[in-house]
Design a protein around this ligand. Structure first.
Ligand code: B12
Length: 215
């Protein structure tokens, strides 16, 4: 195993263990070695978070440990984000994004935001627990080409329909793209969303398609 591979493995482990300072240190070390930020994300940070997800699901770890891992992940994301977004013009249009009401999961949404920014979209991030009114206000104010909604809970994913219905009622000219672990293409079709993407890379491809590029 070469140095990079070893560091990526350790990086994933620091996320799993929630060792924020080490996560930051190793992320910086990989950057010093000129390892691309997108690959640090895909090959170190995300695999770590995936293990956290499985352990949480299987009741091996609980909310406090997940929070500590999430903190480590976020600290590394804040280093990687400016590098991914660097020197990009926001020429493709505006996207308004948020995690829907009742839901505070934002790691996935933040990664999607980062990737969309790095591919040339201007992204207005409304944060977490976003109500239908807040989405509507932002659409009216920012005039986005796409609205992105994230939900990680089966209890909050249904809220996406409330937002979509309101957008349709008001005949707002905006496409809706949704995502999050419990979301599927089938669910997106059921609630009348224009698109679903299963991860951040796909979100970029789909967003471009929605505005008529890549076809
Ligand atoms: C981290 C985490 C937390 C953290 C969140 C920290 C944070 N700041 O986000 C904390 C500890 C706070 C938390 C709390 C809770 N959680 Co939680 N959490 C997770 C966990 C382990 C990982 C989620 C994550 O960050 N994944 C990594 C990211 C990168 O992946 P992602 O979010 O799926 O995002 C990717 C794609 O989905 C997609 N995507 C995401 N958003 C969007 C948006 C758009 C527009 C597009 C196109 C794509 C897209 O692209 C992303 C990048 O590739 C999941 C397990 C899991 N398997 O998902 C449980 C999980 C989601 N949580 C769960 C639960 C139950 C809870 C709690 C209710 C626990 C409790 N008893 O309090 C609370 C709910 C709080 C609330 N009201 O929201 C359950 C949900 C079960 C269900 N079916 O509804 C899960 C599935 C765990 C489980 N039991 O298996 N959680």
């Amino acid at each position: 195993m070469n140095e990079i591979e070893a560091l990526l493995k350790i990086l994933a482990q620091t996320v799993i263990d929630g060792k924020k300072d080490d996560t930051v240190k190793i992320t910086n070390r990989l950057l010093e070695l000129n390892y691309p930020p997108k690959q640090i994300l895909d090959e170190g940070l995300l695999p770590g978070m995936e293990v956290v997800g499985v352990r949480f699901r299987d009741n091996i770890i609980f909310v406090p440990q997940v929070l500590i891992s999430a903190r480590a992940m976020k600290a590394a994301l804040s280093i990687v984000e400016p590098l991914l977004s660097e020197a990009k013009i926001e020429g493709l249009g505006t996207i308004v994004i948020g995690t829907v009401k009742g839901d505070i999961h934002d790691i996935g949404k933040n990664i999607v935001t980062m990737m969309l920014r790095s591919s040339g979209f201007k992204v207005i991030d409304l944060g977490i627990d976003v109500s239908v009114d807040k989405f509507l206000d932002a659409i009216n104010k920012e005039n986005p080409v796409i609205v992105g909604m994230s939900a990680l809970l089966t209890t909050t994913m249904v809220y996406m329909k409330i937002v979509i219905d309101k957008i349709k009622q008001n005949a707002l000219p905006v496409k809706v793209m949704i995502g999050g672990a419990p979301i599927s293409k089938r669910f997106a079709d059921q609630i009348g969303a224009d698109a679903y993407a299963k991860n951040a890379s796909e979100a970029v491809i789909i967003a471009r398609e929605l505005i008529g590029i890549n076809k």
